[in-house]
Design a protein around this ligand. Structure first.
Ligand SMILES: N[C@@H](CCC(=O)N[C@@H](CS)C(=O)NCC(=O)O)C(=O)O
Length: 390
């Protein structure tokens, strides 16, 4: 009996550590049988737990433009198309700018737009998405069990998560880093001013681990005040229970708008970590992984070419070979990744290129007005770079 208890406790601990990006080894095959408990916004039957990985069909010549998708038999793309909606895992708490639901019940944000881009590529309809709100703790289990097709929830790509949790990350859509928020009247300007401070932090995140590393490296002590969800963490800081509140800088900028007196707070200059955020899928379906990757790349490439939702019809008349290939007017490039040849056109028309997505949610006409920084194209000094569409 005691032995059983110890085993159960050890199992639970390894799950928590794995979700936190810690050392626990959790191979995909040992994924817990129970899907994440969060109720879907629009319930749909969950797909089978283990998609059978199938090789992509061999490329054959096919007509250009609007070529039907060639999804691998038994693969996730085929099942998503048959289901008629993409199941996209998103944040369960409001993260304005990234994922939140407005008064009319419409979900919007930067992460949400990438769910919409995938639906646009698959269905020519960005609304064919069922959003599955997930907490930090639930998110990776939901992928492992097949409850969701893709996770787009401010989730950092790390070696431990990629390897030990049996996941794959698509290209980073938002290069972020961990920050620290404090009250303006606290006299705190650097982490060094925070020796002995209490810090509100969320469990199940890279944040919790980075915080400990950063303070230890600087020889500083702190008391973590830990919460399982973002709303509670922010509320505790807002209520004055902590001297500092730490998470991704995107999360801080977003949370600032939800505090009772945003003007009373500031985000320190320091960046404590690298937080490359992007869509994640379950390992084992290479065609689906490729499709999600190239959908993200298409948003970068469209920006590089200057193709937008407003001018895409003009570009469809282009006689420049690389533009014609990118838009699927010529060739049959997308067939091998199970997408229709015009998938880039569908994304651009319905959701826009990367700059349009960024500006709509985080740009100068939003409350966030976030400079592009690392999230600029490589041609503008940033890190966004698409491999060739050839
Ligand atoms: N990028 C980090 C942090 C992600 C994260 O969960 N951030 C918090 C704070 S912004 C959040 O989204 N909280 C909402 C919630 O879990 O309820 C990670 O992948 O671990």
């Amino acid at each position: 009996m005691r032995k059983q208890m110890i085993l159960v406790l050890a199992g639970l601990l390894s799950l928590v550590l794995a979700a936190c990006g810690g050392q626990a080894q959790q191979a995909p095959t040992t994924a817990p049988a129970q899907p994440a408990t969060t109720a879907p916004e629009q319930p749909t039957a969950a797909p089978p737990a283990s998609p059978a990985p199938t090789a992509a069909p061999a490329a054959t010549s096919a007509p250009a433009g609007g070529t039907p998708a060639q999804p691998a038999a038994g693969g996730l793309i085929e099942r998503i198309l048959a289901r008629g909606t993409l199941i996209c895992g998103v944040n369960n708490n409001p993260l304005p700018g990234f994922s939140s639901v407005d008064a009319a019940g419409v979900r919007a944000g930067f992460d949400v737009d990438f769910c919409r881009a995938i639906a646009a590529a698959l269905f020519d309809d960005p609304n064919k998405v069922e959003y599955r709100p997930l907490s930090a703790q639930e998110r990776f289990t939901a992928l492992q069990t097949g409850e969701i097709d893709v996770l787009i929830r401010n989730s950092t790509w790390t070696l431990g998560r990629d390897g030990n949790l049996g996941l794959d990350w698509a290209p980073t859509t938002f290069y972020d880093g961990q920050g620290m928020m404090v009250r303006k009247d606290s006299g705190i300007n650097t982490l060094e001013d925070m020796n002995g401070a209490t810090i509100c932090v969320q469990t199940g995140t890279t944040t919790e681990l980075n915080l400990a590393d950063q303070f230890r490296a600087r020889g500083l002590t702190f008391t973590p005040v830990v919460f399982p969800d973002g709303d509670a963490t922010r509320a505790a800081y807002d209520a004055g229970q902590c001297d500092g509140f730490t998470t991704d800088k995107s999360g801080l900028v977003s949370s600032l708008t939800l505090l009772s007196n945003p003007a009373d707070h500031k985000i320190l200059e320091v960046t404590m970590s690298k937080e490359p955020l992007g869509p994640a899928v379950k390992q084992g379906d290479p065609q689906w992984f490729d499709a999600v990757r190239w959908i993200v790349f298409a948003t970068f490439q469209a920006e590089e070419y200057g193709i937008t939702s407003k001018n895409v019809d003009e570009f469809l008349k282009s006689d420049v070979p690389e533009i014609r290939r990118f838009l699927g007017i010529e060739g049959d490039l997308a067939k091998g990744i199970g997408l229709p040849n015009d998938f880039a056109v569908r994304i651009i028309r319905h959701v826009g290129n990367y700059a349009e997505i960024y500006d709509r949610n985080l740009g100068p006409n939003t409350p966030f007005n976030l400079p592009r920084g690392l999230n600029a194209l490589y041609t503008n000094g940033g890190l966004l770079y698409s491999p060739p569409f050839r």
